[in-house]
Design a protein around this ligand. Structure first.
Ligand SMILES: CC(C)(COP(=O)(O)OP(=O)(O)OC[C@H]1O[C@@H](n2cnc3c(N)ncnc32)[C@H](O)[C@@H]1OP(=O)(O)O)[C@@H](O)C(=O)NCCC(=O)NCCS
Length: 145
């Protein structure tokens, strides 16, 4: 198994996993919006994506959307990475693949000076994130406008 950064050829699999995560695998209505988001994000660097590749098949993914906030004493670059699209194909689960993938991707972000990663977890993934050192925080307030 190869752990590597995603390339544009991987986008179809990212879209497939994204729709599974959103519970809309039969809904093709957003495919072009997803494709365009992945394409532009990968090309301008605002999206960092990694995959676990088993003999040419993408079996697990993770994405980080980079957001530039105000610098803080504990985060001088101000860049916050929002982690999403964490998915492992069912036949490959419970073999440590997501943990290894996320850990390698985070190691690379750290080398680039990124100091903060946020995420919203599914119940299923929470132990995996805790095992990697993520800590449960307070919810934030939001409004849809
Ligand atoms: C959550 C998810 C990404 C985990 O992927 P994974 O590749 O199975 O993750 P890992 O193998 O690293 O860890 C999963 C569990 O397997 C265990 N495990 C790891 N290696 C193992 C091994 N060799 N033998 C047995 N168990 C093992 C881990 O300890 C972990 O257990 P825990 O959940 O009780 O902590 C996967 O279940 C998934 O895609 N779920 C649906 C989508 C989802 O919820 N995504 C997260 C959105 S926030």
């Amino acid at each position: 198994m190869l752990i590597r950064q995603a390339v544009t050829n991987d986008i179809t699999q990212f879209i497939y996993f994204r729709k599974l995560l959103l519970g809309g695998e039969d809904n093709n209505g957003m495919d072009e919006a997803f494709r365009s988001h992945f394409q532009s994000g990968l090309s301008d660097g605002s999206l960092v994506a990694w995959v676990a590749d088993d003999k040419g098949v993408v079996i697990s993914t993770v994405c980080f959307s980079l957001c530039r906030l105000m610098p803080r004493f504990d985060n001088p670059s101000g860049i916050v990475a929002y982690m999403s699209n964490v998915y492992t194909l069912p036949d490959f689960r419970r073999q440590g693949i997501a943990s290894k993938l996320i850990s390698e991707a985070i190691g690379d972000l750290k080398m680039q000076g990124i100091r903060k990663i946020l995420l919203h977890s599914s119940d299923m993934a929470k132990p995996v994130y805790e095992g990697l050192g993520f800590i449960e925080g307070k919810n934030y307030m939001s409004i849809n406008i």
